[in-house]
Design a protein around this ligand. Structure first.
Ligand code: ADP
Ligand code: MG
Length: 695
């Protein structure tokens, strides 16, 4: 059977409109949930479940539990509230064991549904506020022709992701219908051997159990199966992509003893063990026939740049050009200075290429690059733009700092012939995320700081400690040290950012009248930003107040204090990043977290950052607290949107599914043996990771 006919003839791939209860309008609404075919609907798995299988008596309920109770309506009243936020509807419900108040906020219109004497089923969370309450419960009137919906009561009830115009009850009915009429048409996509070896339950049963579990015991294996399937499909796509890169012919660089010692002689220190280990991984890649495709992770200041420079110089020593790309111009300039220091007096011809505007000077630079008169070009990601042509680009280092330009990497392919690529990131990424987001790359980790660093002291400053904090800052300033002050970015409001930073700068001017205070914020033009940074670097500014537009990679060894205002508003990874700006010399540095957090989440974030300086530990904690989507602080993280698999919890499953997928692709890279599986991989991930040309 050929895969494409399998889908065209199989009714489960038919449009949702074929299903009873779905007209054109509903189909349109459902398409907003990404549901187009009946199969899509079946794969629309619950995001949660509610246990409505047992009705409790009012005396049995426990605080904070979510439960079902049944009783008689004894009274209905509206409690007006102050302010515009509407009124509270309170319905007193009693059974033989007690009374409870069902409370709805801002839904006074529900009032008419409740008549004294009616029997009602309530499902919601139990609270205790002066008296027993059940808050915003769902409700039904079993005695009143409002026959209990068997899919929504007396059982474990699925809770689906919704969109406007779609209700839980409707989806439950629709999915029930689809399960009854179409499950038989649903083909198993996972290979039989894996189902056996990984003890996955078969698709049909998993479908039934995931949507309408008889009990909580059957739920777990069903969800495990779907989680495995989701991860497997994505990892198979990554595996294909990696196979493709591996099968390409790249340059096999030669790294003899003399090249090695020449390059090393440029570094005024002994490399750390971690640097040596990573260097060996990189050397092996570079000497191999297929292009390197490696991610280098390491905390800020762990010494990634040196390692990257080694790789760049190997390419140059082999007669190739090399490119070093930074996420911003400021960082490109900084890299240029750093590289210039290491290479002073060397024959390597370097060039800084920033600013995209066509000019005579730029034209000349581009010509030099094209003619091979430059060995090492340092610039922003714009280096991959169309007008930059290399003569023979052999090695590219992409410094992404905390940005993850997955697509940028794709563009690189079209530059040199097939350069080796090393991507650097200063944000420690939890393993589950890096195996997903960067799963097609090899990963190297520098997990050790160079010797001689004094760990940064991190102090959480509450309101009443402001005074002491200011005194400490004053002392550091007296020693000639510099201070960063960072304000959080107020989302979607540059104006507010500006205001807080401007006011902050004012406060610091008042408190430290003898120091020069500079201000950096998102609204400044790039040239001005650069000028302020330059002033800070040259110590013309003592205290730099900024919104977090300050470039995270910026290196100012003389700065020994990092003040973070409203630290409770920052994510853990960000706090850690900011703290990494200081503590670069051997003197004691201080990270002062000004914060009066309101939530326990914020408090535990602060506690974590005070207690730990291990970037990977902090990252794991960040992931646990905020979830994968928020981890990167941006929506464009490029993670697949798993419905069942949970990257914060399913690390073991992730590793297993990944190993299985990679093994399978290694043996059969076009998945010839499993056309349906192949079709699913393609259907979901082709556009995202461009593997159409391979499979
Ligand atoms: P990263 O790029 O990971 O932030 P860098 O490569 O910029 O780190 O290194 C941070 C600082 O540590 C630099 O000043 C660098 O000169 C220094 N450094 C790097 N490696 C070593 C080492 N092995 N021993 C001593 N100092 C080092
Ligand atoms: Mg660096």
């Amino acid at each position: 059977m050929n895969a494409s006919t399998a889908t065209t003839e199989n009714p489960v791939y038919g449009p949702l409109q074929y299903l009873k209860g779905v007209g054109p309008w509903r189909a349109e609404v459902l398409s907003k949930l990404g549901l187009h075919t009946i199969r899509d609907l079946l794969y629309h798995l619950p995001r949660d479940y509610q246990d409505r299988s047992r009705v409790k008596t009012i005396s049995e309920v426990a605080f904070n539990e979510t439960t079902t109770i049944k009783g008689q309506v004894k009274g209905v009243r509206i409690i007006p509230t102050r302010g515009r936020r509407g009124a509270i509807l309170e319905v007193l419900v009693a059974d033989d064991t007690g009374t409870i108040a069902a409370t709805w906020f801002n839904m006074p219109y529900l009032r008419d549904r409740f008549k004294v004497g009616d029997e009602v089923l309530l499902y919601g969370k139990i609270h205790m506020h002066r008296y027993l309450q059940i808050i915003n419960p769902e409700f039904e009137f079993p005695g009143k022709g409002d026959a209990p919906d068997p899919l929504s009561s007396n059982r474990i009830v699925p809770i689906y992701p919704l969109t406007e115009g779609v209700k839980q009850n409707y989806l439950r009915r629709l999915i029930r219908k689809a399960l009854d009429d179409y499950t038989d048409y649903l083909d198993e996509i996972m290979p039989e051997p894996l189902i056996k070896s990984r003890h996955l339950i078969p698709l049909h049963q998993a479908m039934e159990d995931a949507h309408f579990p008889e009990n909580f015991d059957v739920l777990k294996p069903a969800r495990r199966r779907f989680a495995y399937e989701e991860i497997f499909l994505f990892q198979a796509a990554l595996a294909v992509r990696r196979q493709k890169i591996r099968s390409e012919k790249g340059y096999a660089f030669r790294i003899g003893a003399s090249v090695d010692s020449h390059i090393r002689s440029r570094f005024p220190f002994k490399l750390t063990n971690a640097q040596e280990r990573v260097l060996e991984e990189i050397r092996t890649d570079m000497q191999g026939a297929s292009p390197m495709n490696r991610l280098l992770q390491g905390d800020v200041g762990s010494g990634k740049t040196v390692v990257a420079l080694y790789a760049l110089l190997v390419a140059v020593a082999n007669g190739f050009q090399a490119a070093f790309m930074a996420p911003t111009e400021i960082l490109a300039e900084q890299h240029n200075r750093t590289v210039g220091k290491y290479l002073s007096g060397s024959k390597v011809r370097t060039m800084l290429l920033v600013g995209g505007k066509p000019s005579k000077e730029r034209k000349e630079s581009l010509k030099k690059i094209k003619d091979g008169e430059v060995d090492l070009v340092i610039g922003t990601h714009a280096l991959v733009s169309k007008d930059v042509q290399f003569k023979n680009l052999g090695m590219v280092v992409v410094d992404e700092q905390h940005k993850f330009g997955v697509l940028q990497r794709a563009h690189l392919k079209h530059k040199g012939v097939r350069p080796d690529v090393l991507v650097m990131t200063a944000t420690p990424i939890p393993r589950s995320l890096s195996l997903t987001l960067f799963g097609d790359l090899d990963i190297s980790i520098i997990d050790e700081l160079p010797p001689g660093r004094t760990p940064v002291k991190t102090v959480w400053i509450t309101k009443r400690m402001h005074h002491e904090a200011y005194r400490l800052i004053q002392e550091e300033l007296k020693k000639g040290r510099q201070v960063f002050v960072v304000y959080p970015l107020v989302e979607e409001s540059e104006k507010l950012d500006l205001k807080s930073a401007v006011e902050g700068a004012e406060t610091f001017r008042e408190n430290f009248p003898e120091s020069k205070v500079g201000l950096l914020h998102g609204r400044l033009r790039q040239e001005l930003k650069d000028a302020v940074m330059d002033d800070f670097r040259q110590r013309k500014i003592d205290i730099l107040v900024s919104t977090i537009v300050i470039e995270v990679g910026i290196d100012i060894p003389n700065a020994t204090v990092m003040v973070i205002e409203h630290a409770e508003r920052f994510g853990l990874a960000q706090l850690h990043q900011l703290r990494g700006r200081i503590g670069r010399g051997s003197d004691q540095s201080y990270c002062l977290l000004f914060a009066d957090p309101k939530t326990s989440d914020a408090r535990s974030r602060l506690q974590t950052i005070v207690n730990s300086s291990d970037g990977f530990r902090i990252a794991e904690e960040d992931l646990r607290l905020r979830g994968p989507g928020e981890f990167f602080g941006t929506r464009q993280h490029g993670l697949p949107d798993y419905k069942v698999a949970d990257l914060t919890k399913d690390l073991m499953l992730l590793k297993t599914a990944r190993d299985d997928a990679f093994k399978m692709i290694e043996q059969d890279c076009t998945l010839r043996e499993y056309p349906l599986l192949r079709e699913n991989v393609l259907a979901r991930y082709t556009s995202r990771i461009r593997l159409a040309s391979v499979v």
